[in-house]
Ligand binder design. Sequence first.
Ligand SMILES: Cc1ncc(COP(=O)(O)O)c(C=O)c1O
Length: 382
Amino acid sequence: MTPLPRSQFPVTRHHRFFNHAGVTPLPVVAAEAISRCTDAFVTGGSVALDPVEARQEEIRVIAAQLLGVPDHTVAFVKNTTEGLSFVANGLRWSPGDRVVLPACEFPSNAYPWLALRDLGVQVDFVEPVGPGQALPVEQFEQALRAAPTRLVATSWVQFGRGWRTDLAGLASLCHEHGALLCVDVIQGLGLLPADLAAWGVDFAAADAHKWMLGPLGVGLFYVAEEHIDLLRPMEPGWASVQHRDDYDRLELAFDPTARRFEGGSFNNITIEGMGASIELLLEAGVDAVWRHVDELDRRLTEGLTAIGVEVLSDRSGDGRSGIVAFAAPGGDPAESAAALQADGFVTAARSGAVRVSPHGYNTADEIDELVAAVERLARAAR
Ligand SMILES: Cc1ncc(COP(=O)(O)O)c(C=O)c1O
């Protein structure tokens, strides 16, 4: 028995799918929610809105549960980039302010900060350590000691090798040094138990289309309660104000909650899909899903090592996540990933490695089959 029911994942009839760090296959519940919501707009138009908006507020509550934060600190966004940009562009910067980020971030969490250079903001990189691109908190400490820092931006789980940053440790270090912590949580949220508010994270964002098992182009933005007023809403619109349904009252009185960042009309259909996926995860229990995936990844790591394939991810301690990256047998990760896909296994080529990212419905047998497929590749490459 897998913690997520395999019957929810028709993809299992087509592929052995190991790319949840890329784009997830949708579970049946999400597809059904999307189609129900679409039908409601087909048959009702504006008549559909009241129930859809009521459901949206329920989804905000379960999304907050997944993040481990109060529900009034969560806003719906169109993707991770938008949430991170709300922070990058919503803070008031002065020339000489400093931002620090790992040198191995996904572009979504690099470009919003690099774009601040034209305001005189200094952006410095923290170098990851070793082939696993580990980012222990001490790496950030060196950077924070070097110069006063306004903000540290990092991903929770690094997209290439899968190093998981200790967010509680990093948040307390940042706060000791007077810096804010903004986190791209897309490679962890849905798989790893999250307690962002207790950990002291100041801002976070994620799209739904990876471990959260939701559709593309919809996501979550978290702003710690004490910072709601700190950020200037970048896209104020009818949905940003306390009286969001009173269109005749033109008064810019921002909603006191994170809803002020929502601006205009919502992508209700994808929000419903994301909501169904989050419910599926919460019903299974994120702890149980993580334990299962961790065990699959342990099995994969041991299997690959036993056939002489080098595992590049650092899985030695709490830095491990859902991602296992390994050196391509023939030297070219894109070629290996393509050959695996032709053989029925979906992985990805990222950052000079083949990246594997199973979820809570994958099985130990599928992992063994993947190891056997990699062994065939390795033999062919010799
Ligand atoms: C770490 C990380 N951040 C962000 C994204 C995606 O950003 P967005 O949701 O803005 O498309 C990805 C992958 O697509 C990623 O791996």
